[in-house]
Design a protein around this ligand. Structure first.
Ligand code: NAD
Ligand code: UFG
Length: 336
């Protein structure tokens, strides 16, 4: 298939380009580079042996989208482009709604004008809020999102469902990611956060590389086995392969399809720290800090639906995730 990849220069997008190429698909990337470095695409070319056409276009730029969609005929779009920092979204709600919702509306309109009505959307486990069922199945009711970022994901899901309801030519796959970590095993592409990392694994690797003195563990009084928050960490290469598998749903004209992409295993903050220390033989100093506003105790998936319907299952475990995160950081201490 020929696939338009929005946000393809980013963390998950770049890994997905590698897996799409390995599966024989052709790709074109658009990205405004607001949170990425074009070097990621050079590294993808190095890994795949293929140059991927790249347009520095914003998804809010209708003219730019028309140009790309006019020059290529796409079978589907995989839509990663969006702002994703939870804390920043609380400070800048307008920017998040405008970029994520405004941008996606413009993209969907340009796509339908050009006759491409197949899309795979990066949603998030955040739409479950404080989940009503653990492990979380796709039937779990959506919950209250405590920040504008989460709201954009939840609202975009609703918007796309309404669009598909009104026009059955659309096929829309909503992929709810759990917590992606790790990096390509080559160490050539990986996560490249700006400033102080918000997420746990990039913080751990920055402590490991000596950029930060210690990890703050946000709360040890949650109702979990060791009191720290439990999450479903998933290797980014597995997540990337989940997108390749999701193309099958598009091919069989799924209408709307929703899949959790996780491993089904929950690990606490301290378990992740211990696994990182054991695999990489590096001590990670930490201290217990107060809970972080908006955090929940436990979040992990039941990923059985994706296995049943797409034949997709995560292959990598926590040790590979810790090994590959560190391999990336060690080889690229300043990012790209
Ligand atoms: P990322 O920031 O590395 O990648 C997103 C890319 O989109 C960046 O390259 C950025 O420059 C680009 N972008 C942002 N706004 C744009 C716009 N208006 N026009 C064009 N390009 C734009 O993030 P990621 O971790 O790779 O996440 C990809 C997607 O997955 C995002 O939609 C994110 O919300 C979603 N997601 C991520 C996580 C996670 O923990 N990483 C979890 C759940 C969902
Ligand atoms: N944590 C710390 N110290 C840190 C960072 C995180 O103790 O410096 C803890 C958190 O309190 C939480 C766990 O580590 O218990 C994971 O936190 P992350 O910030 O890495 O991930 P979240 O589960 O909070 O959220 C992430 C993304 C969201 C996405 C969600 C999907 O940031 O965008 O996963 O499950 F929606």
């Amino acid at each position: 298939m020929k696939i338009l990849v929005t946000g393809g220069a980013g963390f998950i997008g770049s890994h997905t380009l590698v897996e799409l190429s390995a599966a024989g698909h052709e790709t074109v990337v658009i990205d405004n580079l607001s949170n990425s470095n074009p070097k990621s695409l050079e590294r993808v070319a190095e890994l795949t042996g293929k140059q991927i056409p790249f347009y520095q276009v914003d998804i809010r730029d209708r003219e730019g989208l028309n140009r790309v969609l006019g020059e290529h005929h796409f079978d589907a779009c995989i839509h990663f482009a969006g702002l994703k920092a939870v804390g920043e979204s609380v400070e800048k709600p307008w920017e998040y709604y405008e970029n994520n919702i405004g941008g996606t509306l413009t993209l969907l309109d340009a796509m339908r004008q050009h006759g491409c009505k197949n899309i795979i959307f990066s949603s998030s486990a955040t739409v479950y809020g404080d989940p009503a069922i653990i492990p979380i199945t796709e039937e779990c009711p959506k919950g209250h999102c405590t920040n504008p970022y989460g709201q954009t994901k939840s609202m975009l899901e609703e918007i796309m469902m309404d669009i598909q309801k009104a026009d059955k030519e659309w096929n829309i796959v909503l992929l709810r990611y759990f917590n992606p970590i790790g990096a390509h095993p080559s160490g050539r592409i990986g996560e490249n956060p700006n400033g102080i990392p918000n997420n746990l694994m990039p913080y751990i690797t920055q402590v490991a590389v000596g950029k930060r003195p210690e990890l703050g563990v946000f709360g040890n009084d949650y109702p979990t086995p060791d009191g720290t928050g439990v999450r479903d960490y998933i290797h980014v290469v597995d997540l990337a392969r989940g997108h390749v598998a999701a193309l099958q749903a598009i091919e069989r004209k799924c209408g709307i399809a929703i899949y959790n992409l996780g491993t089904g295993q929950g690990y606490s903050v301290l378990q992740l720290v211990q696994a990182f220390e054991k695999v990489n033989h590096i001590k990670i100093p930490y201290s217990i800090k107060p809970r972080r506003a908006g955090d929940i105790a436990t979040c992990y998936s039941n990923p059985a639906k994706a296995e049943r319907e797409l034949g997709w299952k995560a292959q990598y475990g926590i040790e590979e995730m810790c090994r590959d995160s560190w391999n990336w950081q060690r080889n690229n201490p300043e990012g790209f």
